[in-house]
Design a protein around this ligand. Structure first.
Ligand code: ADP
Ligand code: MG
Length: 349
């Protein structure tokens, strides 16, 4: 029968392939990796593997890794309010363990290249360890995701093309926003050679990352987005009624509205809040609305990171942290439209 743990795990990994990959990549980023390689076998249906050159995991933590609510990241209640690392709930490895065949190979600097392969029971308890060579860092392998949730598995198989495309675009988003991190993404189809999907260098700017991910042509007509404005927002529920002035920065790149043809930049729109990829449909709509008043025929390429005070939004609203609740969104959107209009007014058409 299906355990409560499996059902809850299915909710943590709510967005299938995307959630799984996101959690693994965020763990690598949290471990200070400067190189992350993501390998899929059969678009992730058979295997998802994420390797990093981060800090690695020390032996005293092997038995806790895949236990529910184990995290090495959360230090105090303060941290919950101001989450700086991506992960903080200690649920990803435990959930993936319940939903797949998961193993972790890792080495810290002092032992590399003599690493350890850890295998786990479905409950998350450590099953066995063995010696395995590994440079400093960690590889997490997720074999046959949803192997024990047949309906989710069939759903994933049915939609794999679309799901995989979403995963790749989400990985592109990370590869662009992460400065100084080299990303490499491969897929190994069942009957063929492995295919490089994209790779970046450990660049110093997001612009170089964009060129690596989308090709140098993507930079044509891009202008820097660097909006800085004040907005009044209520402080928090605890200070109901009081208002506070906050500084909001939106940094990134956007297509300059140009007349005529020539869509040089891909019309991708990547939004982030404090460097986390997020779905922000209302922000996207506001940007497109302003852009449309300058250029009726195209929508812009946008890469925008909203740098907000961590008390200006909620990330805890869903098991999948991508859903973000911006407090006082209306005022943010108004300020955004005004400053974006100014930016476009000031650029040569
Ligand atoms: P969380 O990220 O919320 O702490 P996870 O279930 O994602 O929870 O991971 C559990 C723990 O496993 C992390 O807190 C971390 O200590 C360790 N871990 C997972 N992936 C890595 C990695 N790539 N490098 C180093 N440590 C890792
Ligand atoms: Mg995590």
């Amino acid at each position: 029968g299906r355990s409560v743990h499996q059902i809850q795990s299915g909710q943590v990994i709510s967005d299938g392939l995307c959630s799984a990959v996101k959690e693994l990549v965020e763990n690598s980023i949290d471990a200070n990796a400067t190189a992350i390689e993501i390998r899929f076998k059969n678009h992730g249906l058979d295997l998802i593997e994420v390797s990093d050159n981060g800090l690695g995991i020390s032996p005293e933590n092997f038995d806790k890794l895949a236990l529910k609510h184990y995290t090495s990241k959360l230090r105090s209640y303060e941290d919950l309010e101001r989450v700086t690392t991506y992960g903080f709930r200690g649920e990803a490895l435990s959930s993936l363990c319940a939903l797949s065949n998961l193993w972790v190979t890792t080495a810290t600097a002092d032992v590399a290249p003599k690493g350890t392969k850890c295998e786990f029971h479905i409950s998350g308890a450590l099953k066995s360890t063995s010696v395995a060579s590994h440079p400093r860092g960690t590889t997490v392998s997720v074999e046959t995701l949803f192997r024990n949730l047949p309906v989710r598995k069939q759903e994933l198989e049915r939609n794999i093309k679309r799901e995989f495309a979403r995963v790749v675009s989400f990985l592109q988003a990370y590869a662009i926003v992460c400065i100084g991190v080299k990303f490499t993404v491969y897929n190994h189809p069942p009957n063929g050679k492995k295919i490089l999907l994209f790779s970046t260098k450990a660049n110093k700017t997001t612009k170089e990352n964009i060129a690596n991910v989308f090709g140098a042509r993507a930079l044509a007509n891009l202008i820097p987005l660097d909006l800085d404005f004040q907005m009044n927002t209520p402080t928090s529920v605890l200070h109901r009624g009081r208002e506070e002035t906050r500084n909001v920065k939106i940094v990134g790149h956007i297509s300059r509205p140009v007349f005529g043809d020539g869509r040089q930049a891909p019309d991708r729109q990547l939004f982030f809040v404090n460097s986390r990829p997020c779905n922000l449909p209302q922000v996207a709509r506001a940007v497109n609305e302003v852009y449309k008043s300058f250029n009726l025929t195209q929508s812009p390429f946008v890469f925008a990171d909203l740098q907000l005070d961590t008390t200006a939004y909620d990330v805890n609203v869903s098991p999948d942290k991508r859903t973000i609740l911006l407090h006082d969104q209306a005022s943010l959107l108004e300020s955004l439209k005004v400053s974006l209009t100014k930016l476009f007014d000031g650029t040569d058409q």
